[in-house]
Design a protein around this ligand. Structure first.
Ligand SMILES: [Zn+2]
Length: 108
C-alpha cells in the first residue's frame, strides 16, 4: 500500500512506531454509523442490479435505494481514528518502552 498518512513515508524504517492497523496510516476511520449505512446501500444496489431481470423487483430496489439515500448519517463520514488519535502510527513495543523511559526521566 502506497497510501501515506500524516506520518509520511519515513515510518517503514522506524523501530519506534508502525503504521496504525485500524486506519492504515490515514489517521481517520469511517464512522460506525457510516459503515452500517454503506453496507445497506451496497445491499440495495446489488438487489437493484440483480433485479433487472425482474422489473418489479428492480423498481422496488431502486425506490428503496432512493429512500436509503435520504437517511444519510449526520455525522462526519471520516472521523479521527480512535486507536492512533489521528497520528496514523502506533508505537511498537520498543517505542512504548522509549515513551515510558522518557516519561520517567523528563526534566522539564
Ligand atoms: Zn489509526
Amino acid at each position: 500500500m502506497d497510501e501515506q498518512g500524516p506520518a509520511g513515508g519515513e515510518l517503514s524504517e522506524s523501530p519506534w512506531e508502525r503504521r496504525c492497523p485500524d486506519c492504515a496510516g490515514t489517521g481517520t476511520a469511517a464512522g460506525a454509523q457510516w459503515a452500517e449505512w454503506d453496507r445497506s446501500r451496497d445491499r440495495l444496489r446489488r438487489l437493484r442490479d440483480e433485479g433487472e431481470g425482474t422489473r418489479v423487483l428492480g423498481e422496488l430496489a431502486a425506490w428503496l435505494l432512493a429512500e436509503h439515500e435520504a437517511t444519510r448519517p449526520a455525522t462526519a463520514r471520516r472521523a479521527r481514528c480512535g486507536r492512533c488519535g489521528g497520528v496514523g502510527t502506533v508505537p511498537t513495543e520498543a517505542g512504548a518502552a522509549l515513551l515510558a523511559f522518557l516519561r520517567r526521566h523528563r526534566t522539564d
